[in-house]
Design a protein around this ligand. Structure first.
Ligand code: GLC
Length: 544
């Protein structure tokens, strides 16, 4: 199988689109999206013309066999395809069809844990002296049956489950059904490296790596200290930091060894799902040698820590701080990697809609995400302005109710048209649909739609070296605004301006910028008088 072009650095200029396979397109009438559905919709993503979105790569949330306790993040066979999604032949076809269109394919690599139904764990739990016992993290109970330490599951409750058969606890940083692998065991590391090779041998272009910052823990599994960040409003401690099970210092060495495996295959890329401070995130790039991951997600436009429920406000000072923080932390030659939404958090519009103006903010955010120096990841449906969907209690699917109703509202089927099945399925969908008015068909020919705005922004980004490959310099600007210049040698610079204010603002800009290339708020604001830009409320613009 071939990859689309020989440029090993293709990903540096890429716009990546996250497909949640269960929710993209159903073709076999079971109400669940499948790989054939993704193939059928590839022209929407990139048909080589300006009618399509024009993305460069897709990342598929897990497609592997799984009991679906955590919707695929509980893998029971790393080398197959879940029958809900199709089979290996369908995956091969998808890879080939993507490559045919010049679109790269990233799969999800879930290294921290497997399903409890994975043959490795079945063996591991079968007896204390099974050769795979040490592939997972088992500990005897403390005095009086005490838990081995104070670590908590990200989904609530202790990270330990007692296994009656062998009288020990096993560690699970997520659901009970997701036991953590022991990456300190070289056999585990080797086996997981082989999983990486398996899919790269089949032609995929890289991986998004699930919670990679947790794979190597404190060797003695020491307690986590109580962290003052995690107190309820009354001051009561409600959680612990993850000092000893996240971003633990030698996880960075394991990451370098993952990079070595990726490097066996030219032109492949690895992006890590990581959490922490700007510096902790940036360390995943591997320092000045850049021998860690190619990219590490910076989720700070969504939330600041991985566990507080507080979402990042849409506020210029905060946005500026995030851009500066990331720029300062990422080592020279590295590129930040931002997302405004994903399958784990409420959708952008729903996070910023207190006053009903979420869509305006979302439109401005497109120009921020695609204007900033970074490799941007778009979450399916955001490009048409999908919002969180109210799910009736009896249809909730996500077992992780750590955010009361879980993550289902942001995972509902893609809305292709306004028909009862939204063009997604002929059957009852696995999750209910959103309002029929939000759909692709209604927007595809409307130049004022948020879909057209995405298309235009991606196209212009591709045409302008300053945007896809340039440096970024943040300028001083009045409160409520963010202003930066992108520059690439030998090409025209681009100015990006954003206002998060709800009243119109005028801001001084370098006089060299006099043409508006794209504005989030149509019709285009009048051409700026020299040295001054009038920004309507909650808008953004690109200028040359
Ligand atoms: C990541 C995934 C999330 C999953 C968890 C456990 O955070 O994005 O969906 O539940 O890891 O694998």
């Amino acid at each position: 199988m071939t990859t689309p072009s020989a440029d090993p650095h293709w990903w540096r200029r890429a716009v990546v689109y996250q497909v949640y396979p269960r929710s993209f397109q159903d073709t076999n009438g079971d109400g669940i999206g499948d790989l054939q559905g993704i193939i059928d919709r590839l022209d929407y993503l990139n048909d080589g013309t300006h009618r399509s979105l024009g993305i460069d790569a897709i990342w598929l949330s897990p497609t592997f066999p799984s009991p679906m306790k955590d919707f695929g993040y509980d893998v029971s066979d790393h080398r197959g395809v879940h029958p809900d999604f199709g089979d290996m032949a369908a995956m091969d076809r998808l890879i080939a069809e993507c490559h045919h269109r010049g679109v790269r394919v990233l799969l999800d690599f879930v290294p921290n844990h497997t399903s409890d139904q994975h043959p490795w764990f079945r063996e591991s739990r079968s007896s204390c002296d099974n050769p795979k016992r040490d592939w997972y993290i088992w500990r005897p109970p403390g005095p009086g049956g005490a838990l081995p330490n104070n670590w908590l599951s990200a989904f609530g409750g202790p990270a330990w489950t007692f296994d009656d058969a062998t009288g020990e606890y096993y560690l699970h940083s997520f659901l009970t059904e997701q036991p953590d692998l022991n990456w300190r065991n070289p056999e585990v590391e080797r086996a997981m490296h082989d999983v990486l090779r398996f899919w790269m041998d089949r032609g995929i272009d890289g991986y998004r790596i699930d919670v990679v910052g947790m794979i190597v823990k404190h060797p003695e599994l020491a307690d986590n200290p109580v962290d003052t960040l995690y107190r309820d409003p009354a001051g009561q401690a409600i959680g612990f930091s993850r000092k000893n099970n996240q971003n633990y210092h030698d996880v960075y060495d394991a990451v370098r060894r993952i990079r070595c495996v990726i490097d066996e295959y030219p032109g492949r890329v690895a992006v890590g799902e990581v959490f922490g401070t700007h510096d902790e995130i940036a360390r995943y790039y591997g320092g000045d040698a850049l021998d860690g991951l190619h990219l590490a997600f910076n989720f700070k436009f969504i939330h600041d820590t991985d566990r507080r429920d507080g979402y990042t406000p849409w506020d210029a000072a905060t946005i500026r701080g995030i851009l500066l923080g990331a720029e300062q932390a990422v080592p020279p030659g590295g590129l930040p990697c931002y997302a405004l939404a994903n399958h784990d958090r409420p959708r952008f519009i729903s996070r910023h809609n207190e006053d009903g103006r979420g869509l305006e903010r979302a439109r401005a955010a497109v120009l921020l995400l695609l204007g900033a120096r970074n490799v941007p990841f778009l979450y399916y449906g955001e490009e048409i302005g999908m919002t969180d969907v109210d799910i009736p209690e009896d249809r909730l699917q996500d077992p992780a109710r750590f955010r009361s109703i879980g993550r289902d509202p942001a995972r509902t089927p893609m809305q292709w048209d306004a028909t009862p099945g939204r063009g997604f399925s002929t059957a009852e969908p696995w999750l209910p649909y959103g309002p029929p008015s939000i759909n692709v068909a209604a927007q595809v020919d409307d130049p004022a739609s948020i879909l057209a705005l995405h298309r235009d922004a991606i196209r212009i980004r591709k045409q302008e070296p300053a945007l896809h490959s340039g440096t970024m310099e943040l300028l001083e600007s009045p409160p409520g605004t963010v202003l930066f210049v992108r520059r690439a040698e030998g090409h025209r610079p681009i100015l990006v301006a954003l206002s998060t204010a709800t009243e119109p603002l005028a801001l001084p800009i370098p006089p060299a910028f006099s043409t508006i290339l794209l504005a989030s708020d149509p019709p285009l604001p009048a051409p700026p008088p020299r040295g001054r830009l009038n920004l309507p409320p909650l808008t953004a613009a690109w200028l040359a």
